[in-house]
Ligand binder design. Structure first.
Ligand SMILES: O=C(O)[C@H](O)[C@@H](O)[C@@H](O)C(=O)NO
Ligand SMILES: [Mg+2]
Length: 382
């Protein structure tokens, strides 16, 4: 098997989500967008697919990095190809991102799964065929009836419990909301949710990223008193020592890192430094499924859980292949967003949740995405 073709199909679609000036996602008016599909084809006609952004898969990235490393190589040699791509990253002038690496690497996994009629989560070890989901809210906003007040969070939590979620994570208010960040308001929102769901329901807080140590400690103690299950990303994650300092002072488990650069190497530093009680990894954050599995296995070696950041086929596959995890992050949710609505470029969502709150691993070969190729072909722009 030899990689013969690497193509990016950019196509028109629509979205009901918009990003604020801090990059956080919120509901918005339906608008046109462009998406991108990477296709890798080998000399036996096997194909692997992976969705990404047109910017992350732009010709400069594909021609100068992905093709240089992948073309002519055996698509099954994922570790060799990923390492060689990672070596290019250092000299790429920050053009080759972990997220772009992840899209390219996941297309290799998808090709291998489709070629052998095997779901990727089974190739990764097939540890579980279903996983409980937690409802992960969007960041707070100032929308009437949205996530604008602690009561809004409490009401939405009641809805999520009725929908079947067995845990809930809040993302509270962050800039550019005019008065955010606010430790007091974060604690009020967490208290309203605790009140809404009762004393034993698992709750987590994913805070503002930019709090100071003292504010992060104050907030951590506040949610600790409310019996929260884990505390996530209250400070800039590039200060490992700040998280070691915080974790040392709190009973509530501190989880991370989510977005700190450095892949599985950074995660090794966090475990070694005792900067987290639960490790965090996501395919987009560390460059794909391979480095995610390395991170999860690292945590396992320390009897530590590793909770996966974000939804989607790649993260779900990692969860299906590892023992030391409990949840699938389903979201980001909002009262104005129907998470069960099927994106137009798919025939079905990859993470339907049953009435008991479980996501079942996909049965399709490869990553398991049920791609609507006709829709993509009809709206291809390049
Ligand atoms: O807006 C963001 O920072 C991300 O969407 C983030 O909130 C979300 O993916 C997350 O932190 N999950 O844990
Ligand atoms: Mg997070």
């Amino acid at each position: 098997m030899k990689i013969e073709k690497i193509e990016v199909t950019t196509f028109n679609s629509t979205s009901k989500k918009v990003n604020d000036t801090d990059g956080h996602t919120h509901p918005g008016p339906e608008h046109d967008t462009t998406e991108a599909l990477l296709t890798i084809t080998d000399d036996e006609g096997n194909k692997g697919y992976s969705f990404g952004s047109p910017e992350g898969l732009r010709p400069y990235i594909i021609e100068n990095f992905v093709k240089k490393v992948f073309m002519g190589e055996d698509p099954r040699d994922r570790e060799k190809l990923w390492i060689n791509l990672a070596k290019w990253q250092r000299g790429s002038g920050a053009n080759l991102t972990d997220r772009s690496m992840a899209v390219a690497e996941m297309a290799l996994w998808d090709l291998a799964g489709r070629a052998t009629n095997t779901p990727v989560w089974k190739m990764l070890g097939g540890y579980r065929d279903k996983v409980l989901a937690y409802g992960s809210t969007m960041c707070g906003d100032e929308m009437e009836g949205g996530l604008a007040t602690p009561e809004d969070y409490g009401n939405f939590a009641e809805w999520m419990v009725k929908r079947g979620y067995k845990a809930i994570k809040l993302h509270t208010w962050m800039p550019p909301v005019s008065w955010a960040p606010s430790v007091e308001m974060d604690i009020k929102a967490c208290a309203a949710v605790r009140e809404a769901v009762g004393p034993d329901f698992p709750l987590m807080l994913d805070a503002n990223h930019w709090y100071s140590r003292m504010d992060a400690l104050r907030l951590g103690k506040g949610i600790q008193d409310l019996g929260y299950y884990w505390y996530e990303e209250p400070m800039d994650e590039h200060s490992t020592e700040s998280y070691r300092w915080l974790a040392d002072q709190l009973e509530i488990p501190v989880i991370g890192p989510e977005y700190a650069y450095g892949k599985h190497h950074t995660r090794a530093e966090w475990v070694q430094s005792k900067a987290c009680d639960i490790l965090r990894v996501g395919v987009a954050d560390v460059g794909g499924i391979g480095p995610s599995m390395k991170s999860a296995h690292l945590a396992e070696s320390f009897n530590m859980d590793c909770e996966v950041h974000g939804g989607g086929a790649g993260n779900l596959a990692v969860i299906g292949g590892i023992m030391n995890t409990t949840w699938y992050e389903r979201g980001l949710l909002h009262p104005f967003i129907d998470h069960d609505e099927v994106p137009k470029h798919l025939n079905s969502i990859v993470d339907p949740m049953d009435e008991d709150g479980y996501i079942h691993m996909p049965t399709l070969p490869g990553l398991g995405e049920d791609i609507n190729f006709d829709y993509i072909a009809e709206r291809t722009v390049s």
